[in-house]
Design a protein around this ligand. Structure first.
Ligand code: SAM
Length: 311
């Protein structure tokens, strides 16, 4: 048995009042082993968007719709329309979004690859980018956004470990190098402990680093080519969260507001990185313990079968 660290099937529960107060989290804190939706960045997103005028929001990569329903709240307050893009919408997610949108938010679904849809949606004021996490896709998505009118503020997931410097693909066959992807354990540790520790990922590139590999590399290459007016800052949590915008397409006040928000988080960044690495190590150990348990259970079953066949 592999421990499913993405969806551990714990029953929804609340923290005690004391824990809530001392940790400073709300009553509906998500009880998952890993906060994998961008919705968990709501407090930062809300602060980033305060006072900005947004008329069209796009979400690339919907999955269960956890972020989408939050986006609909933002859209309702801003009077914005929303475009949702996913290669394959889950019917439950589509129904959840339609229900949350009601009659007052204009919503369009695009069931196709992001690069097919992004060229025909405009203007893009705010884009949540969380589809396929590899250089090739992200580079194409960024080029399409750069060609659009609008404020072009991008909130991006998966700019950190493990996808920052390593491509991960939902469907490698859509990419130009499908043979280079595998399913296996990824680790933030150096190669010599690779076999002992890791977390399972499917569709991960066989190597980390190097040219044209990873979401962060795509962002860096894009900025190097397009210029420094594409501003960027990020938060180094597991998967990672990045904010990028075109300083030339927002107002001077909006530009300063987004820059200052990034700067205000600076002092906490090293601490976040350490706390997150601690958590990552615990997830890896949990996964590893599950693998050891399975190996031992299979061995015991095997010995029991052999013993009963001899008696
Ligand atoms: C990580 S999930 C999105 C999670 C969601 N944004 C959230 O924060 O709750 C990624 C989604 O992207 C979709 N996807 C993968 N590759 C895509 C592509 N090239 N274009 C559009 N959607 C894609 C997948 O079907 C999946 O639903």
């Amino acid at each position: 048995m592999k421990i499913n660290w993405m969806n551990p099937h714990l029953s929804p529960s609340s923290l005690s009042e004391g824990a809530r107060e001392s940790l400073g989290v709300g009553p509906s804190f998500p009880f998952t082993l890993n906060a994998f939706s961008m919705a968990h960045y709501a407090s930062i997103i809300e602060r980033a968007l305060a006072g900005l005028s947004i008329k069209r929001i796009v979400e690339v990569g919907v999955f269960q719709g956890d972020l989408s329903v939050y986006i609909l709240d933002l859209a309702r307050k801003a009077g914005a329309a929303v475009d949702f893009i996913d290669v394959a919408f889950k019917p439950e997610a589509r129904a959840r979004i339609a229900g949350a949108a009601g009659a007052d938010v204009s919503v369009t679904f695009h069931e196709c690859a992001s690069v097919e849809a992004l060229g025909r949606i405009e203007p893009v004021d705010l884009l949540f980018l969380d589809g396929d996490h590899n250089y090739e896709t992200v580079a194409m998505e960024l080029d399409l956004i750069a060609a659009q009118p609008g404020k072009r503020i991008l909130l991006m997931h998966d700019v950190g470990w493990p996808c920052g410097r390593r491509d991960i693909a939902y469907e490698p066959n859509r990419l130009s190098d499908p043979a280079n992807y595998d399913t296996g354990e990824l680790t933030p540790f150096s190669e010599e402990v690779l076999k002992e520790f890791g977390l399972p990922f499917s569709g991960a590139k066989r190597w980390e680093g190097g040219a044209r590999n990873g979401v962060l590399t795509a962002i860096e290459d894009f900025r190097a080519e397009r210029g420094e007016h594409w501003r960027y800052w990020s938060i180094p949590l597991f998967f990672g969260f990045g904010v990028m915008w075109d300083g030339n397409s927002v107002t001077a006040e909006e530009d300063a507001h987004l820059t200052n928000l990034g700067a205000s988080l600076d002092a906490a960044i090293p601490l976040m990185a350490v706390a997150e690495l601690n958590r990552l190590m615990l997830l890896i150990k949990l996964n590893n313990a599950g693998l050891i348990w399975k190996r031992q259970r299979d061995r015991i079953r095997d010995l029991e079968a052999r013993w009963s066949s001899q008696t």
